[in-house]
Each structure stands twice: as structure tokens, then as C-alpha cells.
Ligand binder design. Sequence first.
Ligand SMILES: [Zn+2]
Length: 79
Amino acid sequence: MATVKKRFIAGAICPRCSKLDTIMMFNEDGTDIRECIACDFTDKMDFKPIQREIETRVNVTEEEKKQKDAVQVIKFPSS
Ligand SMILES: [Zn+2]
């Protein structure tokens, strides 16, 4: 089974227990799923939420950081 990345949705309120910042989102078989950690509420999301774009951008930035670090090691070797 593939690794499922879960992330909190900032400012999201659970529709069942009405708690703030308890909603996590992850992707399962191409479907975005919301999950509340407080009451085990789950909800499938068929549309593409804005959060997914942000998640992709963060992943790209982390990759760029790794590449920059690698370049720095090559450019500035310790003497
Ligand atoms: Zn809940």
C-alpha cells in the first residue's frame, strides 16, 4: 500500500463535532478525503480543493531546497 500523506487543514471546522483544526486531509486512490481526529468523522471530496495546490508548491520548494544544498556543497567545498 502506498504511503498516505495526511495534513491538517488550517482553520477547518469539523461538521460533526464542531472542533477547530481537527480536520486532516489525505488522498486515497485519487480521492481527497477529510478526516477528523477528534470524532473519526470522514468525508470524501470529489472536487479539487485549493489546499492541494499549496501542498504541491510546498513539495516543489522542498525539492528545490535540497537541490540548492547539493549545489552549495559542490560550489563551496571545505578546504
Ligand atoms: Zn469531529
